[in-house]
Design a protein around this ligand. Structure first.
Ligand code: APR
Length: 231
């Protein structure tokens, strides 16, 4: 890709769909089986903590039964071979990008395999079901390290700095339904980046992309990475 130095990639649930991880919206999506306000808001955690913990404990346990797919692997190849700037911002809370080998990345919506204490702010890797007692401060305030609706996503400063420097912004497998992630394409365009969308169906933000390619991530992403690395 001529004069492309710095790339920012945003991924959503669609990049993990071919690994068997449920997306949120669309047929069989997680939000079909659960109301967002019942499992993904601070109020829900207060009102019915056991339902919220069960929702995330089940998704955390499922991680050991799924594997990275060709899209995760292609993005890890780009991470290893791309000599310019690269930041992979994922909305996903699974660990499939890391397991494929991506390193220049961050989870803006938190991670299933991390626990957060609402009292002392402790965050640490966590594999099993979450007990309510924080091992650091002993308060009964341990929660999934997931950014709930109404809470501020992680590392927004780093994301905004990367978007301001991006020559290319690529959105993969996201419906463009949730902000601030859904607005990143407009920020990237504002700073003069080229924009590309790789998605199974047109997203709510397709109109903002210079180029929109429809199809499964497992096919489109390896082809796109090959194109970028071949220059
Ligand atoms: N390949 C590429 N794209 C796919 C595939 C696939 N195999 N399967 C599904 N998609 C696309 C769908 O067309 C859809 O546009 O992935 C997108 C999934 O959209 P959502 O389920 O809304 O997931 P996402 O965009 O990641 O949701 C954003 O919403 O609920 C919150 O915090 C949650 O991070 C999540 C955020």
């Amino acid at each position: 890709m001529r004069d492309i130095q710095n790339i920012v990639i945003l991924t959503g649930a669609g990049v993990s769909a071919e690994s068997g991880v449920a997306t949120f919206r669309g047929p069989g999506g997680l939000w079909e089986g659960h109301r967002v306000e019942d499992v993904c808001t601070p109020k829900a955690l207060e009102r019915q903590p056991e339902l919220v913990h069960r929702f995330y404990d089940e998704r955390r346990a499922k991680l050991s039964t799924v594997r990275p797919n060709a899209a995760h692997e292609a993005l890890a190849r780009l991470d290893a071979e791309w000599t310019g700037g690269l930041l992979l911002v994922t909305q996903n809370v699974d660990d499939l990008h890391e397991r494929a080998g991506s390193t220049r990345m961050l989870h803006m919506h938190g991670e299933l395999k991390s626990a957060l204490c609402a009292a002392c702010g402790m965050r640490r890797p966590w594999d099993a079901a979450l007990p309510p007692i924080c091992p650091t401060c002993q308060a009964p305030t341990l929660r999934p390290d997931i950014v709930f609706f109404g809470e501020m996503p992680y590392q927004m400063d780093a994301i905004e700095a990367a978007l301001a420097n991006a020559d290319l912004f690529v959105s993969i497998g996201t419906s463009g339904a949730v902000y601030p992630a859904a607005g990143f394409v407009r920020t990237a365009r504002h700073y003069g980046a080229q924009t590309l969308e790789l998605n199974l169906d047109p997203s709510e933000g397709s109109i903002w992309f210079d180029d929109s390619r429809m199809g499964p991530a497992g096919t489109l992403v390896p082809a796109w990475v090959e194109e970028v690395l071949r220059g």
